[in-house]
Ligand binder design. Structure first.
Ligand code: ATP
Ligand code: MG
Length: 565
């Protein structure tokens, strides 16, 4: 492809709207353009990178015997009503009516559609296991689209669904997909880790997320370097043992704390360490108010809370609800005299004495609060988020925390969709059984962004070779006919040998060409300039290492791994 004719609008400056580096670079290098919040167009160069990832995914899925299908983006409400998710799925599910007033949604995921397909067509255990997948757009009306295609509303996902005759079959299939994922992300040139994960809105019994390790990742991971335990903090169990010194209970006392609300404010105002404060957080669990007590220096984990409560919908109480429940504005809630039926506490509160809480009164806190005496002893659970240094739930050594970008997610679903939707097959004995299912996603577009997040420098993108839009960029520096002729020849030879090459044949200054070359980050830069006129040799620069080499034009093809004539 000749750059003079290629649709590649690059930007000199960082676009103001972009917060993370991959988003900046994807805009600047002309990979994507924004259409609306969370909705993007892929330009030719971006699409080529996307296709590279898709093809790796396709090859590895095909290798494990999965078969590609294409399911519709628009799905009828009836299927979602069958599983109850029409009501349960939040606002991410974009629901709408067609001209006949029938309800539809844009597919955020395709369990219903695939289960409907398979229940109509697959009858016997002889047809199992079956793995179907697609690579297609998804739509999720994300509350906070950000970071470009990393968290978009419309994005490309590979989603796969497996159907097995029994649990043992599912375990094997899950393992096969898991290994395919390891190959996929390795081939994409990513540093990643598979971690235990929460099953979220999809449901199921066990799941792993594939995380690309990056500082800007939205997910936090708890990792034990001693035993290999790795989990999303959403899920990581806290097995900390809290030992508090023996203390006598001092008399409960109200103190005036005008305008002092947050843990930091209360702690510095009263001169008390945050670990002597107990936060009282109010939630609505399926509409019912609950209060949760967590030590001031820890963070409540809403996923753990929802699980303990068995709640489908968990919402932090808004200011109005807080006022109604406590009689005070936000920031002054406390368990003493609180008229909320259900009060839960994190294990970190057990054994703590003479702590500080809100007093359910504006600008007032209590000191020397003790449960059992000042309010009934609450139920204690693991409700906080794991932190750096917490003991590993498997081996007890200290955990370390790091950040990641979730690029893939695998779930053991079991029979929850097949049983509700009546998707059954007849087993060896002729008995009808529900399919035992798994589902497996990869964010294709997010993978491209994650790869850039992990592979760049101050000059631009450094594409890992397997997902680079082109392998080489040929730069012709100067307009001399000899240079153009030699470049044309190199370009033709490379292209014929199957080395995907972009030729910067523009009438631009060398400085501009080098800047663009580093920005778009193709793995090899082939420089045909003054030196070529003197020596007849091409300078080859590797984008990743900066390493340079001088080769005769005839050697370039084999150096770049092209096919011989
Ligand atoms: P997240 O926790 O990031 O919202 P999720 O757990 O809801 O993602 P899954 O349902 O597991 O996502 O979807 C499978 C894959 O699709 C994810 O691993 C991720 O790579 C990708 N993905 C999910 N949501 C988005 C999005 N809004 N934009 C881009 N990719 C996404
Ligand atoms: Mg997920």
């Amino acid at each position: 492809m000749r750059l003079s004719q290629y649709f590649l609008p690059t930007l000199r400056e960082d676009p103001a709207e972009a917060e993370v580096i991959s988003h900046k670079l994807m805009l600047r290098a002309g990979l994507i353009r924004k259409v609306a919040s969370g909705i993007y167009t892929y330009l030719p160069l971006g699409l080529r990178a996307l296709r590279k990832v898709e093809n790796i995914v396709r090859e590895e899925m095909d290798r494990i015997g999965a078969q590609e299908v294409l399911l519709p983006l628009v799905q009828p409400a009836e299927l979602w009503q069958e599983t109850g998710r029409w009501e349960k799925y939040g606002k991410e599910l974009l629901r709408f009516k067609d001209r006949k007033e029938h309800d539809f949604c844009l597919g955020p995921t395709h369990e219903e559609v695939i289960t409907d397909l398979v229940r109509g067509e697959v009858r016997s255990y002889r047809d199992l296991p079956l793995i179907l997948y697609q690579i297609a757009p998804k739509f999720r009306d994300e509350i906070r689209p950000r970071f470009g295609v990393m968290r978009a509303r419309e994005f490309i996902m590979k989603d796969a669904y497996s159907f097995d005759a029994d649990e043992a079959g599912l375990f094997q299939t899950y393992q096969r997909v898991y290994e395919a994922y390891e190959r996929i992300f390795s081939r994409c040139g990513l540093k990643f880790k598979a971690v235990l994960a929460d099953t979220g809105a999809i449901g199921g019994s066990e799941s792993h997320e594939f995380m690309v390790l990056a500082e800007t990742g939205e997910d936090r991971l708890a990792i034990c370097s001693a035993c290999g335990y790795a989990a999303n903090v959403e899920l990581a169990e806290v097995k900390a043992v809290y030992s508090y010194p023996e203390e006598t209970e001092r008399p409960l006392e109200k103190v005036s704390t005008p305008g002092v609300r947050s843990v930091e404010e209360v702690s510095s105002f009263l001169g008390v360490s945050p670990s002597r404060l107990v936060k009282t957080l109010l939630y609505l669990a399926d509409g019912e108010p609950v209060a949760v007590l967590v030590r001031g220096d820890y963070e409540l984990n809403e996923i753990k809370l929802a699980k303990v409560l068995g709640a489908q919908g968990l919402k932090m109480a808004d200011a109005e609800t807080v006022k109604r429940l406590t009689g005070a504005p936000v920031g002054f809630a406390g368990p003493v005299g609180l008229s909320v039926k259900r009060i839960l506490a994190d294990f970190s509160v057990r054994g703590l004495k003479n702590f500080v809480t809100g007093a359910n009164q504006a600008d007032v806190h209590y000191i020397n609060v003790n449960y059992g005496r000042d309010f009934p002893e609450p139920g204690f659970y693991d409700l906080r988020t794991a932190e750096e240094g917490d003991p590993c739930p498997r081996c007890g050594r200290p955990l370390s925390l790091t950040r990641g970008i979730e690029v893939g997610h695998v779930f053991k679903l079991g029979t929850q969709y097949s049983a509700t939707m009546g998707a059954t097959f007849s087993d060896r004995e002729g008995k009808e059984r529900p399919f035992v299912m798994g589902c497996y996603g990869i964010g294709i577009s997010r993978t491209v962004a994650a790869a850039i997040e992990q592979n760049h420098d101050s000059a631009g993108i450094i594409f890992p070779e397997e997902i680079a839009p082109f392998k080489a960029l040929l730069l012709t520096l100067g307009k001399e006919p000899a240079l153009m002729e030699a470049s044309e020849k190199i370009y033709q030879t490379l292209t014929q040998a199957g080395v995907e090459t972009l030729w910067d044949d523009r009438d631009e200054r060398p400085g501009v060409k080098f800047k663009d070359a580093d920005l778009i980050g193709l793995p090899y830069q082939l420089i045909v300039g003054k030196k070529f006129l003197e020596t007849g040799q091409v300078e080859v620069k590797r984008r990743a290492s900066g390493e340079r080499q001088v080769l005769a034009p005839s050697e370039v093809v084999s150096y770049l791994g092209g096919k011989g004539p």
